[in-house]
Design a protein around this ligand. Structure first.
Ligand SMILES: *Cc1c(COP(=O)(O)O)cnc(C)c1O
Length: 344
């Protein structure tokens, strides 16, 4: 099987498993796990922030951020296809008791005029705007990169309004490689950033929430409340640390692979690529074949390629660390075969 469902499906490398076996550990709830402490220090430096917190997942990192930044009854401004809005089980409402103000966007970029107009003024009727939210890369539009200047503009707007900006940077490493800009630079204009260790980097578990020291100390308490205070978590931090230490240039291969796959797909009769492939995702449009994304995903699975439906006629394919150039060629053949089966 060639698994292109997500970049979360990577298995830890042998080197990572060795690092897990050899990891120095302690009780992280007491702050005594040397591997977690080292990971948090490195991650903070990478993000250009004072401090960082190792959390169990991207969702936990995002939710800890919302809980730390906001109070009940406040409002977050985000784009209407943000992961936190679509795919986190309504957690912001369930846990933080905040409401979402969603704006339409072009590839995750809300108009600055819309953003500025959505910030609430002081009025007894209104919720207070407590947080502005960006997602980089933007998952639902197929891994698009937010232009660094756009992030800066939003950051300046937020700063002028006295509202914190959070970046959901689940795939910030992809954004960094594609834009050729360091992660710290992409995070510079945000108060906080969350990024996943278990996606592009290929680590088995975890995410990072980074921000200033006092913020991270308060977030640490929310992590505990959310059940994310782990004990000998160094076994999980060690493989992630390895990924951070060794660098993540290999992500460029994932992007190249996605480009090759996208080009092949768009040359196939009836199939189109909907997104401009900037990172590791392809949104395949099946509409002209007259068959739904569900039909396509089922047939591709029979041919040995796994992908996910991403809309009635949209299939998402995601390249990642465990996919070789050879497997990309095989995937192309198998998608061609699926087309023959479905149309033949
Ligand atoms: C994957 C993802 C998350 C959540 O991460 P999990 O580790 O799956 O909880 C959050 N935001 C975006 C944009 C994502 O792609």
């Amino acid at each position: 099987m060639i698994d292109l469902r997500s970049d979360t499906v990577t298995r830890p490398t042998r080197e990572m498993r060795e690092a897990m076996a050899a990891a120095e550990v302690g009780d992280d709830v007491y702050g005594e796990d040397p591997s977690v402490n080292e990971l948090e220090e490195r991650a903070a430096a990478l993000a250009g922030k004072e401090a960082a917190l190792f959390v169990t997942s991207g969702t936990q990192g995002n939710q800890a951020a919302v809980l730390t930044h906001m109070r009940q009854g406040e409002e977050i401004i985000m784009d209407d296809r943000a992961h936190v809005f679509l795919y986190e089980g309504g957690a912001t409402a369930a846990f933080a008791g905040v409401q979402s103000r969603t704006l339409s966007s072009e590839k995750g970029q809300m108009l600055l005029s819309d953003l500025s107009g959505a910030i609430r003024s002081q009025d007894v009727h209104f919720p207070d705007t407590g947080l502005i939210w960006l997602e980089n890369t933007h998952n639902k539009s197929g891994g698009s990169v937010l232009p660094p200047d756009y992030v800066k503009e939003v950051g300046l707007l937020a700063e002028r309004a006295g509202i914190p900006l959070h970046i959901d940077g689940a795939r910030i490493f992809n954004a960094s490689i594609a834009a050729g800009v360091p992660v710290a630079e992409l995070a510079r204009h945000a108060s906080t950033i969350q990024f996943c260790l278990s996606k592009g980097l290929g680590a088995p578990v975890g995410s990072i929430l980074a921000g200033d020291r006092s913020f991270i100390e308060r977030a640490r308490k929310w992590r505990k409340r959310l059940g994310g205070g782990l004990r000998q978590a160094g076994v999980l931090a060690a493989p992630a640390l390895l990924a951070l230490k060794n660098g993540f240039d290999f992500i460029a291969d994932d992007h190249e692979h996605a480009g090759i796959l996208a080009e092949a797909i768009s040359s196939m009769e009836g199939l189109n690529v909907m997104n401009q492939v900037e990172t590791n995702m392809i949104l395949m449009d099946t509409f002209e074949t007259g068959l739904t994304s569900e039909d396509w995903v089922a047939e591709m699975k029979r041919q040995g390629v796994l992908a996910v439906p991403f809309g009635p006629f949209t299939v998402r394919l995601t390249t990642h660390r465990d996919i070789s150039r050879t497997e990309i060629s095989q995937a192309i053949e198998r998608i061609m075969k699926s087309l023959q089966q479905l149309k033949g």
